[in-house]
Write a protein that binds this ligand. Structure first.
Ligand code: URA
Length: 434
């Protein structure tokens, strides 16, 4: 016998269309019924658009988040002897921070259960990056995750199908109905997964600037306040940093290229912005986890974080000594004048890397491990006419022309007047604790 439904989808849609707040039972029902298939995609699309246009108040967002958590399992790490702490980034170009950060924080005494996703669009996904390491496996059972966490202190792997399944369905629908960029929907989507993941504490790295999906720092701060509130209400000690994504992070965008850069950081080198953000986020995570006296900057220099990285990669079948894939073809783009690099558009660089094969346009598409862009000069650097600016890597040379199109106008080179500063966002724009 079919289930008697508590509401009709049309009355829930009409309530939000008419600017009324949804009740707790309406929210619980619509998320559950959509997950079971009793609310159709076209009905949920209408409701999402009504939410996109008319918003939700904090009570509604909180209940919506809980309903998505309750659609699946909630992981329990109580068998661990260390406190758990995770980091989530809203995504950016060249954002490989998770790779050095997870082993670093583990080396300093916390447990880091990092359940990650794959990239869609111009920002890369952590799993895609790690999959460029020969043999490395993203899919683990919960028992395997626990074992890697117990043995290494950190695990980076794919979230199981049982973790907030309502969000998986909703996110795919939002992607094709132009309803992604809504603060209530983004906040509940991210936080439902992080709360279900069972971490005790969470640091959010909310990106702002051209390469972020929320380019306005004020909007990024607004999103941060909502997410911090949701985390705290669920008993997860949460802090957010709004950080710069107007220019790419580090000197690489693309899967294997970014792994190589992350390994440089773990070896005590690497670009200064990647080191600075990694250490700052590690300090935030350790503070939230209640670990005192650790020195993450030293753990990068003295090889302790690298030891955890090697252990963690091996535990998931990867060979930490294997040669990373190299592209079949590359092409260097040179500077067209002499001067200072005044600006670099992260989005255009990300799009270029994506067009070279580093990213996907549809879920399930295969990415090229070696594709991407190396950046030879960043804003503030001086460069001479004809010197290398970017090196493009791909296995499909036909992609060069389209990638070059996206890089046209991505960089401005000129002269800085005396006393003039590069116009760019500070690396840390704001710290949000409530
Ligand atoms: N990342 C998510 O997980 N959900 C969103 O809605 C946006 C970014």
């Amino acid at each position: 016998m079919s289930q008697v439904e508590a509401f009709s989808a049309a009355e829930v849609i009409a309530a939000k269309r008419d600017h009324r707040a949804l009740t707790d039972p309406q929210i619980d029902w619509v998320i559950d019924a959509y997950t079971r298939g009793a609310v159709a995609d076209e009905q949920m699309s209408s409701l999402l658009m009504a939410i996109f246009l008319n918003g939700m108040d904090l009570r509604e967002i909180s209940r919506w988040t809980d309903a998505m958590i309750n659609s699946g399992e909630r992981i329990n790490w109580s068998a661990l002897s260390r406190p758990t702490v995770d980091k989530h980034s809203t995504g950016g170009v060249g954002d490989k921070i998770t790779l050095p950060l997870a082993p670093l924080v583990a080396a300093c005494g916390a447990a880091v259960p990092q359940l990650s996703g794959r990239g869609l669009g111009h920002t890369g996904g952590t799993l895609d990056k790690l999959e460029s390491i020969p043999g490395w496996r993203a899919s683990l059972t919960n028992a395997q995750m626990l074992k890697v966490l117990q043995d290494c202190g950190a695990v980076i792997c794919a979230a199981s199908a049982d973790l907030a399944p309502a969000d998986k369905k909703l996110y795919a629908l939002r992607d094709v109905t132009a309803t992604v960029e809504s603060i209530p929907l983004i906040a509940s989507s991210i936080m439902s997964k992080k709360i279900a993941e069972g971490t005790n504490a969470l640091v959010l790295d909310v990106k702002a600037g051209a390469g972020a999906f929320m380019s306005d720092p004020k909007k990024a701060a607004e999103l941060s306040h909502v997410m911090v509130g949701l985390g705290k209400r669920a008993g997860v000690n949460t802090v957010a940093l709004v950080t710069a994504m107007d220019i790419p992070l580090g000197l690489t965008a693309g899967n294997a290229l970014e792994v190589r850069e992350a390994i440089e950081v773990l070896a005590g080198g690497g670009p200064s912005d990647v080191i600075e953000l990694t250490v700052l986020l590690a300090q935030e995570m350790l503070e939230l986890a209640g670990i005192k006296g650790a020195d993450p900057a030293a753990a990068l220099k003295n090889g302790k974080a690298m030891d955890v990285w090697r252990q963690m990669i091996s535990a998931q079948g990867g060979d930490p000594d294997a040669k990373l894939p190299v592209s079949k073809e590359n092409l260097t783009i040179t500077a067209h004048s002499t001067g200072t690099v005044l600006s670099m558009d992260a989005k255009k660089v990300g799009l270029g890397a994506w067009r070279l094969g580093a990213g996907r346009s549809r879920q399930g598409e295969v990415v090229q491990a070696a594709a991407g862009i190396e950046i030879h000069a960043k804003p503030g650097d001086t460069i001479t006419n004809g010197a290398p600016l970017f090196t493009l890597h791909t296995d499909t040379p036909a992609a060069f022309a389209r990638a070059q199109e996206s890089l046209v106008d991505s960089v401005r080179i000129g002269d800085l007047a005396a006393g003039e500063k590069i116009d760019r966002l500070p690396l840390i724009i704001e710290r949000i604790t409530d």
